[in-house]
Structure formats: C-alpha cells, structure tokens
Write a protein that binds this ligand. Structure first.
Ligand code: G3H
Ligand code: 13P
Ligand code: NA
Ligand code: ZN
Length: 328
C-alpha cells in the first residue's frame, strides 16, 4: 500500500538499512522497480521529477504509481516528488496525491542559481507547514551537488547549479545542517558530499578528497536523528558503459559512486539513496544490443522487454546491496 515516507525512513533507521529511491517516467521503469522489490521483499520509493511529470503528464505519473500500489498491494510504497524548486510545485504534487515531496531550496526557483541559507530555510519551512498539515513528508537539501575538483554541477538540462561552485558550497556544513533541521523541522535532509547528477560524476575512480563519506559521518555525528539523503548516487557501472559503446554508443570515460561507499554511508544515517542514471544506462545498453542483434524486429514490446529486464537487474542489485531484503 501507499505509506508515509517518514514511516519508511524511520523503519530503515531502526533496522540499519538504506532505500534506493528510483526515478520513474514510464510504465516499464515502474514495472522494473516493482518486480525487483517484489522478488527480494523490499520497500519501494518511486520518485518523479518535474521532468517526469512533464514527460508523462501528471495524470499518467499519478496513475502509474497508483497502478503499482494496486498490482503489488503487499509492498510498502512511497510516492515522492523529486527536486521541487518552489513551494508552489510542491503544493501541486501534494494536490496530486504525492505523500512526500522534496523542496530543494538549495537553488532558487530556476533550479540553477545557488540560494542563500535564509531563502532555503524560508521556502523549506513553507513546504513543511503545508505538508505536515496533511501528514506528508518533506525532504530538504542543504549544499550544492558538484564535482569537488572542477566545481561543475554536472547534468546540463537537469537540476543543478549553473557556473562554477566554490569548494565549500559543495560540502554541506554540519553546524549549518543542525541549524537548518531545527529551523525547518523537515523529515529528511539531502546533503552535498561531492556527488552530482548524471553519468559524468568523476573523471577517475573517486577517492576521499572528491567523494567525502567522511563528511557524511561528521553530519551524522551532529544530527544523529535526522534521516540523510544522498543524491547523484548512481554507480555508473563500467559494464553498462561498455555495453552501450559496444553497440554503437559514444559515452566517454566516467566513474560513479561505488556501491561500497554508499554502504559505508548507510552506516552513518543515510536512509534514501537517489538513483536515476544507472537505470538510464541499463535500458539504453539493452535496447542498443537488442536492436543491433535483431535488425528485422519492429514491435516496441520486443525491445522494451530487455530494457525493462536490465533496469530490474539494477534495482534488484541495489535493494540487496543496501540491505532492503525482507524489509518490505
Ligand atoms: O534530479 C535529477 C534526476 O535524475 C531527474 O532527472 O529532471 O531529467 O527527470 P530529470
Ligand atoms: P543519478 O544521476 O546519480 O542517478 O542521481 C539521481 C538523483 O539524484 C535524482 O534526484
Ligand atoms: Na543542492
Ligand atoms: Zn537529485
């Protein structure tokens, strides 16, 4: 059934596991996440970005997620809005039936310009007030996702700062985090530790200077009762890049967030781990391979099936790696 995000994250904290939150935009992605969770007994967070709502149309997003709840009534399921950039957008999601919203006040309403701490507190407080009134959960964000070596936020068309970021903006300050949580009373806090959205996170396998699990520990030590969220947490598996490139793709060398680093972060308060890119890579690789090997096929179901299966394998792996087995 659809349940509250707060309840799901509290359970994860009590039992020491993390939940991958997968971005969904269409039927096959929803099916991939649900069947993976069903096979391992995991709880599910389905999250839709503003881009997903635009791509599919709000009624489709709403009913795809409700269809998932209907088809898998035994699976605890959260319907979450990813990266709301204004209180109005969050209100729209709550009106649509989302039980959880992210108010990303780390950027202004354009989703590109880093905001002030005061602005972030103000918009997050507004969303907490509107959401808590109806029992919905709020995720906020403090700090800017970005590459600690280059100052680049990554992802050009998604959510991310435009222009170069300062080193300190890209690492959430533990003391500020404590003030932020106290002032806003939010349910979960997304933090910046060197990850960024999209496939191009790191130009080399990340070491502690560019992916700071140490910072997660410092934040957790300061606010041990706050559920932490990691964005930009795709692992960008090398075998998926290789598959894409083997069948005509042209992806450049790149590295993601190693699963072991996420597992370490889960020991220190990280309860929600956002993953979109890994599903994109898996589906693209599978479609490229299928069409390359079957040039005579033209039934969309035939190439969507391997794409859906590849996405499912990624989801299942993350559920197992983050300790979700049997927790749903
Ligand atoms: O926040 C970034 C997620 O990967 C969503 O991406 O805005 O292209 O749907 P999107
Ligand atoms: P990835 O691009 O690493 O999958 O991150 C997704 C995300 O953080 C969505 O909010
Ligand atoms: Na941010
Ligand atoms: Zn994100």
């Amino acid at each position: 059934p659809l349940i509250s995000m707060r309840e799901m994250l509290d359970h994860a904290a009590e039992n020491g596991y993390g939940i991958p939150a997968f971005n969904v935009n269409n039927l096959e992605q929803v099916q991939a996440v649900m069947t993976a969770a069903d096979e391992v007994g995991a709880p599910v967070i389905l999250q839709a970005s503003a881009g997903a709502r635009k791509y599919a149309g709000e009624p489709f997003i709403k009913h795809l997620i409700q269809a998932a709840a209907e088809m898998f009534p035994h699976i605890p399921l959260v319907m979450h809005q990813d990266h709301g950039t204004t209180p109005d957008i969050c209100q729209g999601a709550l009106n649509l039936g989302f039980g959880s919203v992210m108010m990303d006040g780390s950027l202004l309403g354009d989703g590109k310009t880093p905001s002030s701490f005061e602005y972030n507190v103000d918009v997050t407080q507004q969303v907490v007030a509107m959401a808590h009134r109806i029992g919905a959960t709020v995720e906020g964000e403090l700090g800017c996702l970005g590459n600690l070596e280059t100052g680049e936020a990554g992802e050009e068309d998604g959510i991310g700062a435009e222009g170069k970021l300062d080193h300190s903006q890209m690492l959430t300050d533990p003391e500020e985090a404590a003030v932020f949580v106290k002032a806003t009373q939010l349910d979960a806090l997304a933090i910046a530790i060197g990850t960024s959205h999209g496939a191009y996170k790191f130009s080399r396998p990340p070491t502690g200077d560019i992916l700071s699990i140490q910072r997660v520990k410092e934040i957790h030590a300061r606010i041990p009762n706050t559920h932490l969220v990691m964005h930009g947490s795709s692992s960008v598996p090398q075998e998926l890049l290789a598959m894409i490139n083997q069948y005509g793709g042209k992806m450049k060398e790149t590295y993601g967030v190693p699963v072991e680093e996420i597992q370490e972060a889960i020991k220190y308060g990280v309860r929600k781990v956002n993953i979109d890119t890994d599903i994109r890579l898996a589906m693209t690789g599978a479609v490229r391979k299928f069409l390359a090997e079957n040039p005579d096929k033209f039934d969309a179901r035939e190439w969507l099936k391997p794409a859906r299966e590849a996405a499912k394998q990624v989801c299942k792996a993350r559920y197992l790696q983050f300790g979700c087995e049997g927790q749903g």
